[in-house]
Design a protein around this ligand. Structure first.
Ligand SMILES: Nc1ncnc2c1ncn2[C@@H]1O[C@H](COP(=O)(O)OP(=O)(O)OP(=O)(O)O)[C@@H](O)[C@H]1O
Length: 322
């Protein structure tokens, strides 16, 4: 197998919080407990799970937008966690993020042109007229007129702002885009257009993607492989077709049941699982999903399941398949 573009092994990130009134106590939120995956060059890899399962934290930690507590992250074999100075700057150029809410990541007083040209200047790619021409070409590539260069973020709709966010991620000609719920904040009517744009860019530029989403149908459409996350851990991983057509983990089945499936007849035979995701500050022992799992066995509440390979590719951490 060729060398992965990105390799993440045993990534961990905990947050320390002070909670409670009148006597606050220290709580450790285990946002990312143990996450491992690889992304091949040109591949789109999806990370799915309910809100709070740690997807965004994992994405930010591997990019070092927040510092991970443990684990190994390599990009084309280079250690990301120990990179400093110019080495870190070069890695940042290759890995860019598209945020869920483009408005909060754009400076309201900065014109779109200057938001696009600034990274080019900082990374020594282009300045002056050259940078402006490149910015105009990027806007055109994401479907916005060159006149947008001199306007401010508030003059654009949500969908247009996300196009600007995508253009900005492309300014440094990255190889990997980390898209963190890139359409969740948009009107349903514009979600498909922005997803289509991302797919076209992927094909045209040969980009790799880490695509973070709670929406299984979006991930199925966009990604080659998918990992399902629950309480800071990957519970199932594999080719999107296999995981979405034939999920093995009861949690992956539940997610699929909650997401529109083309064949409604299939939905009735899946187990109904209810309840809310437990707090990452107090994860259940054994398999973290056992309190919500209709198929839980005594072993599930005491022993963490081992990772087992799946026949159709990838693997699963579940005692039913151990
Ligand atoms: N800066 C922080 N300080 C303390 N806790 C945090 C912080 N950021 C995230 N968390 C907690 O970490 C857990 C994982 O959050 P995270 O945002 O990574 O999940 P997510 O799956 O991306 O969900 P969402 O889609 O809602 O963002 C949650 O319990 C969240 O409250």
């Amino acid at each position: 197998m060729s060398e992965p573009l990105l390799s993440v092994q045993g990534l961990r990130k905990h947050f320390v919080q002070r909670k409670g009134f009148p006597r606050p106590r220290t709580v450790i939120v285990r946002a990312v407990e143990d996450v491992s995956f690889t992304i091949a060059p040109g591949e789109a890899f999806g990370l799915v799970g309910e809100s709070g399962c740690g997807k965004s934290t994992a994405a930010r930690a591997l990019l070092r937008l927040i510092e991970p507590d443990a684990g190994q992250v390599t990009y084309r074999g280079q250690d990301v966690r120990s990179a400093r100075g110019s080495a870190l700057k070069a890695l940042r150029r290759k890995m860019q993020i598209v945020f869920q809410d483009p408005y909060s990541s754009l400076d309201p007083r900065q014109t779109i042109g200057s938001a696009l040209m600034e990274p080019m200047r900082v990374h020594g790619i282009a300045t002056g007229r050259d940078a402006r021409d490149r910015a105009a070409a990027l806007l055109e590539e994401v479907g916005l007129p060159p006149g947008a260069l001199d306007r401010l973020p508030h003059e654009f709709s949500g969908g247009q702002r996300q196009r600007i966010g995508i253009a900005r991620a492309l300014t440094l000609e990255p190889e990997l885009i980390v898209a963190d719920e890139p359409v969740s904040a948009l009107d349903v009517s514009v979600q498909a257009q922005v997803l289509l744009l991302l797919k076209q860019l992927r094909e045209r530029r040969g980009l790799s993607f880490l695509f973070v989403s709670h929406d299984l149908s979006v991930v199925r459409w966009f990604c080659d492989r998918v990992a399902v996350m629950y309480l800071g851990r990957i519970v199932e991983e594999g080719p999107s077709g296999r995981v979405l057509a034939d999920p093995l983990h009861p949690y992956a089945k539940m997610l699929r049941e909650a997401s529109p499936v083309p064949d409604p007849a299939q939905r009735g035979v899946l187990p109904r699982i209810v309840g809310e995701i437990p707090s990452a500050a107090n994860p259940p022992p054994g398999c973290p999903f056992h309190p919500r799992c209709a198929q839980a066995m005594p072993v599930c509440s005491t022993t963490a399941p081992r990772w087992t390979s799946a026949a159709g590719g990838g693997g699963v951490a579940c005692h039913l398949h151990g």
